[in-house]
Write a protein that binds this ligand. Structure first.
Ligand SMILES: *Cc1c(COP(=O)(O)O)cnc(C)c1O
Length: 434
């Protein structure tokens, strides 16, 4: 056999044997991606939810260029720099009061790992009995590293690692949708379950972790702000920390700057990533309250948070984030006003018999496609739908039989309306007897 001269690139969440060949993209421009053959595709999911300003935004590109000409990187232990300081100040200003202790890392999973470790060490530093369990939600997704996986819902993805994952206790996420009449009951049941766990084993739990308002990868499940308020009250009652994983919901996604500010709930820890640099650079932040920070602030070196990454607070990434936040500040209507547009243009779609559980939260609209098959990620309809939408020039990646739109905030009314005209055509063309 001759020696292989070309490398194989292994793509994420991809079955390399049977999935379709990756589409080779050459150019990104606003909401459009252009492939090598010159086909234009509308990026209706903001490239896995990160490109909030669309692609190749010149303001962010310039900010990165200018920063690169000054200082591209410096280690962050014992050193600091302007972009990191500026970004931290901006985050502290935008997040709920008191959340102003910023720990940088470089992806969402790691932001979650940091939050879990901070929660655990918070009790350790204060001399408590070890608190090393977490309460999470069914179908949660917190990332793909071992700790983040452990806190997420269990399923096909986590099966090969099940013996490696630490134990987590799960409660139901009280999902709701337009016209749902059972939401209060679902919330009460979840809260009762939570209280039961905490009442029985209060001293065991370091934190409760939740994707506030919207569970992303678990199927765009949406809950009410009222529920988050009640969770906060229960956490206070039992002195257990509350972690908001806002990796997806941050930076305008839910129609507010953050799910926390939008629902008026102050968690103890917030994880941020995805939209933070507008899709230009990998970056994340875990933000803690003063109470948590102070549990680590000590003459005793053993109370240090011994955690860090090579690219922690990379200056180019921080500069991109500052520029991205500037764009959001200049035009907050882009994200605060999108829910109404979804409502306006989805009217016909919502009435289709193939469509159930329609729901909107800020810039996100989601619904289930009725199929003969089981709900969930492995539902066979997903690749069929993805292909049909691509043929129509729209990038939509269904999560099983959950279809959703999560467009860049810069999408125009005409473009959004155009997508909503294509969707019914595609759904009507389906043979729904799987
Ligand atoms: C995407 C996501 C993560 C993981 O972020 P990565 O950058 O992909 O590691 C964690 N939590 C939530 C809620 C997410 O949506």
């Amino acid at each position: 056999m001759s020696e292989h001269k070309t490398a194989t690139i292994w793509h994420p969440f991809t079955q390399m044997k049977s999935d379709t060949e990756p589409i080779h993209i050459s150019i990104g421009d606003g909401i459009y991606l252009t492939d090598k053959q010159g086909n234009r595709i509308i990026d209706a999911i903001s490239s896995w939810w990160v490109n909030i300003h669309g692609h190749a935004n010149p303001v962010i590109a310039a900010a990165i260029y200018e920063q690169a000409m000054r200082l591209e990187h410096v280690l962050f232990a014992g050193f600091t720099h302007d972009p990191a300081i500026k970004l931290a100040d901006q985050l502290a200003e935008l997040l709920p009061g008191g959340l102003n202790n910023i720990f940088y890392s470089d992806n969402g999973s790691t932001a979650v790992e940091v939050a879990l470790k901070l929660a655990c060490q918070y009790y350790y530093n204060r001399g408590f009995q070890p608190r090393n369990r977490f309460i999470a939600f069914q179908n949660a997704y917190h990332g793909d590293t071992i700790g983040a996986m452990s806190a997420g819902g269990r399923g096909t993805f986590t099966m090969p690692f099940r013996e490696l994952l630490f134990h987590t206790d799960y409660i139901d996420y009280p999902s709701t949708w337009i016209g749902d009449t059972g939401v209060e009951q679902k919330e009460e049941m979840s809260l009762a379950h939570l209280e039961k766990l905490l009442a029985e084993h209060e001293s065991r739990y370091a934190a409760i972790i939740i994707e506030p308002l919207v569970q992303g990868a678990g199927g765009m499940n949406m809950c009410r702000p009222e529920f988050l308020k009640k969770i906060r009250a229960v956490c206070d009652e039992y002195d257990t920390l509350l972690i908001f994983d806002e990796v997806m919901t941050g930076f305008g996604r839910t129609g507010h700057w953050f799910a926390s500010t939008g629902s008026g709930v102050r968690p103890d820890l917030i994880c941020l990533s995805k939209g933070i640099t507008g899709g230009f650079m990998p970056l994340s932040a875990t933000v803690a309250t003063k109470e948590i920070y102070e549990a680590f602030y000590s003459d005793d070196r053993n109370k240090t948070f011994f955690h860090g990454h090579s690219y922690t607070a990379n200056p180019l990434a921080c500069a991109a984030a500052v520029a991205s936040i500037g764009l959001l500040r200049n035009n907050p209507l882009q994200f605060t006003g999108m829910a109404q547009k979804h409502e306006k243009y989805a009217g016909y779609l919502m009435q289709m018999e193939q469509v159930v559980k329609f729901r909107i939260c800020g810039t996100i609209a989601a619904w289930q496609v009725k199929t003969g098959g089981e709900s969930g990620y492995m539902n066979k309809i997903a690749p069929v739908l993805r292909k049909k939408f691509l043929d129509k020039g729209i990038l939509i990646r269904p999560l099983g039989n959950t279809l959703y739109l999560m467009p860049p905030y810069i999408i125009t009314d005409e473009e959004l309306e155009g997508i909503y005209k294509v969707i019914p055509e595609v759904l009507s063309s389906l043979d729904l007897k799987f």
